[in-house]
Design a protein around this ligand. Structure first.
Ligand SMILES: [Ca+2]
Ligand SMILES: [Ca+2]
Length: 203
């Protein structure tokens, strides 16, 4: 691996879920101040175990095999779903171990490091797709909901002064209708950091 690529991988922009692992992505020019964004998916509510169309995820009301895909969109955060890019298999971030219960805490944290000079947007959107995983055995996977978790960029001075925002409800993307009993919540924390400023380019 070229030295430059290695240095970028180690020092700069990673989106991480649970553990730090670098995405095989390119980088582009650096300017501005570097800041870190932490986004935590808090809880998912789907007490009735529904798909987006209002039907039960699986026959006989066996619950939902809930699976979450997510990516952080700071390139086109204000655009409509799905934003900057489509979802990929690698975007899986969380799966429930059991089909029931269908409401549960998630508590998964994303971390990204960005540069103020590289993008003019004042907002960032975590795009989250939630589906009932059926995997061949019970037919095709079913969509439970798509969500835009939007927040404004407002880094604190440093990690010591930064604190978590209040829990916020993600905006459900309308598909014919919206299931009001299905809700996803998140919170954020942002602060300026030391170091070279290099930004991420999505795959
Ligand atoms: Ca199903
Ligand atoms: Ca299922």
């Amino acid at each position: 691996m070229p030295l430059f690529s290695f240095a970028v991988c180690v020092f700069v922009i990673c989106i991480r879920v649970l553990e730090f692992s670098c995405l095989p992505v390119g980088v582009y020019g650096a300017s501005g101040l570097r800041y870190q964004v932490d986004i935590e998916l808090l809880r998912f509510e789907n007490a009735q175990g529904l798909e987006i169309n209002g039907l039960p995820c699986d026959p006989m009301k066996q619950g939902c095999d809930t699976r979450f895909f997510a990516y952080l969109d700071w390139i086109k955060p204000d655009e409509e779903w799905p934003g900057f890019r489509d979802f990929e298999e690698d975007d899986t971030v969380f799966e429930v171990a059991e089909a029931v219960p269908t409401s549960f805490d998630i508590n998964k944290i994303f971390i990204a490091q960005l540069c103020t000079g590289n993008h003019s947007q004042n907002n960032i959107t975590l795009r989250v797709k939630v589906q009932d995983d059926d995997r061949i055995f019970r037919g095709s996977d079913d969509l439970i909901g798509n969500f835009n978790c939007r927040f404004a960029v407002s880094p604190e001075k440093n990690v010591y002064t930064a604190s978590w925002s209040e829990p916020t409800t993600c905006e459900a993307v309308k598909y014919l209708s919206i299931q009001p009993t299905i809700r996803l919540t998140f919170r954020t924390k942002m602060f300026f950091t030391e170091g070279e400023c290099v930004d991420l380019e999505h795959r």
